[in-house]
Structure formats: C-alpha cells, structure tokens
Design a protein around this ligand. Sequence first.
Ligand SMILES: *Cc1c(COP(=O)(O)O)cnc(C)c1O
Length: 404
Amino acid sequence: MSEVFKGVFTQQEPIPEDGIAAALDVMRSGRLHRYNLVGDEVGEVGELEREFAAVTGARFALAVASGGYALACALRAVGVKPGERVLTNAFTLAPVPGAIASVNAVPVFVGVTENLTIDLDDLDAKAGEARVLMLSHMRGHLADMDRLMDICTAHGIIVIEDCAHTMGAAWKGRPSGRGGLIGCYSTQTYKHLNSGEGGLLVTDDEEVMARAAILSGSYMLYGRHGTVPDEEVFERVKYDTPNVSGRMDNLRAAILRPQLARLDAQCQKWNDRYRVVEDGIGGTPGLTVIERPEEESYVGSSIQFLLLDWSDDAIEDVLSRCAARGVELKWFGGAEPKGFTSRYDSWRYAPSRAMPETDRILKSIVDMRLPLTFSLEDCALIARIIRAEVGAVWQGQGAVRRPA
Ligand SMILES: *Cc1c(COP(=O)(O)O)cnc(C)c1O
C-alpha cells in the first residue's frame, strides 16, 4: 500500500489567543477605525506601524488594506503616470502587474533565472526603458540585491520591493524591503502574518511617506499615524495628493501585533519544514532543487522545484499522481491560470515580448505551500511521495524530455 498524505494545504494556524483577546477589546471599544482614538491614544494601527518600522529598521511604516494596495500606493507615491512603463518580474503573482495596471501604467517584464529570481542581465538590458522597477521577491527568492541595486542606481531607477513572500527574510542581514526606496508587504491569509487581508509599506523617505499616508485615506488626520514625518513635509504635498482610501482598521492591527512579535520563531518553523522537504526531494532524477545563495536568509513558507524540459503530459502526470496521494502541487507553467498560478502571457491587458529562456523555466516550475499546521513528519511524508511519483513518471517514460 502506498502512503497517502491527509493534511490540508490551505489550513493556517489559528490566531494566537492574545490576538483574539486584543481583537475582542477593540470590538468592545466600538472604535474600529484607525482615526477613532481617545486623547493621545496611538491605537492598534498606529502601534502596529511603530512596531513594524522597528522590526524592518525603517523610519516609517504605513498599514493599509492589502498588499496589492501597498504596491499601487507606492507607485502613486513616486508619481508613476498613466502610460508610463514600469519594469517588473515575468515570474510573479497577478497582484503585481495588477497594481501597475491600476495606475494605468504598463508592465515591462524582466526574465527569470533557474534560481527563480529576476534575471539581472535582462534587467540591465531593459534598464533604459523605465524609471521604476517593481521588484517581486516571488515565492521568497531573493536576487543578488547588491548587483541589482548597482544596476538600478547606475540607471537612476527607483526600486519598489514586493515582499509578500519575504517578510522576515534578509539579504546579507538587511531585511527584505529595505534595499530600495519602498518595501511592500501583505498580511493576506497565506502570507507570514495573517489578518485575512491587509498590507504594510515601509520607507525612509519623508515625502514618500507623507504622500502614501495621504493617499491611503488620511482625511488629513495623518498626524495620528504611528510613524510620521514633520508637518512641513505634509504641507508640501497635501494639496496635490489624492485620497485613495485603503486604510487598515484596528481589528486587523490587533490580531497582527501578537503575530509580529512571534515572526522570527514562525520563520524558523517554516524553514525547519522547508529543509525536510528539500532534503527529501534532493537528488531525485529529473528534478531540480532551487539553490539558495549563502547571502540569503529566506523564509520557506512554500517550496518550488523544476521539472526542466519535461513534456506537459509528464508534468500533468506527476501532478495528478501526487494529488491522488494527497499532495497538492501547483504548476506555474500550465497554459491556463489556476488558483494562484499564472504566467506573464496570461495577463493579456499587458503587452509582452517573447522570452524563450524564461518560458522554459516558467514551464518547469512546480510549487507547494508549507503551512505551519504540517508537522516535520508530514513534510517528510510529502517529500517521499513527490520523490516516488516524480521517479515513477521519469522512469516510466523514456521520452519525458521534450526534443530539444
Ligand atoms: C499575495 C501577494 C501580493 C499581494 O497580495 P494581496 O492579496 O493584495 O495582499 C503581492 N505579490 C505577491 C507575489 C503575492 O503573493
């Protein structure tokens, strides 16, 4: 009898009891809106902003309604105009090109490497085409941030980081989101902090922060934020910055703060699980494990591997065999977007050029979530199942590899 995994890939941990208690307090107070404060009270949202700024080492943090909102807010805060081209990753999730499209700007896709990071040679080649790079650390993989920043600095490119999968990660000890001008994070259910929906934005730049606070829907009550520049900075920008409401509320902030306090320990738990799966699938013939550079401190909340140059049929076969044994894998290369997977050419509102090297890699990416509700034994079992099924398909078909 072959082993079957019974866990649920979409089951997150419960909200910690102190978060639940804090949420009840907010509800009992009746003051759920971030600006509904008594006296000199900072409020849950303001406190969260202070704590998140401290954790990331940023001067300013702004809590907003979603990660996608934070990305669009960042683009507005740096003055991206309709029709403007914005560089971004070909391998990312729909909210990233979506944020660019939401300000009527046009994504220019940059290729992906076998390490699942942005192709820096391609970035260098396209650097003259745009003023802003929206850099997505997709699935938690950090590019060489030193070389990336050198390229962007040389071309005067503003970097906005999408850290939806890298909250708690770092490059050479510098927290992810702190390499460029603005870092954006998500607290949507499947990210590293869970408030259902939610987002955060960090920056050291006073004017960006003032604009972002007003953009997020301050009703000119920005003085009540957790981290703010001087009033004179707001005076400079307040008359020409629109209010595009997307605030966070006290209820979400209340359940996020206790989670933020535990972030390091949670990241450690993800990495323990990641390494068990990584070890378990390593060396499987036909399967490529993603190499992680020494400079990168990652958070293994999901794991990817490549089935490079396999035929579509063979990859589908692996997916269905694993699914039959309870292991839910996602294939980024699939022709149709399913669940969270998608390819740059499925965003048909955005023009794209042919990228054969990138297509070859995208086609091969298999992805799996690693929720903390899985035990290390669960992870070892999952790895055994993947190893067996990939191995069976690889061996069963002499012709899995597509002709070159
Ligand atoms: C989740 C996610 C976002 C932002 O998502 P929201 O659902 O808007 O919070 C951005 N980029 C990536 C890569 C994501 O996975």
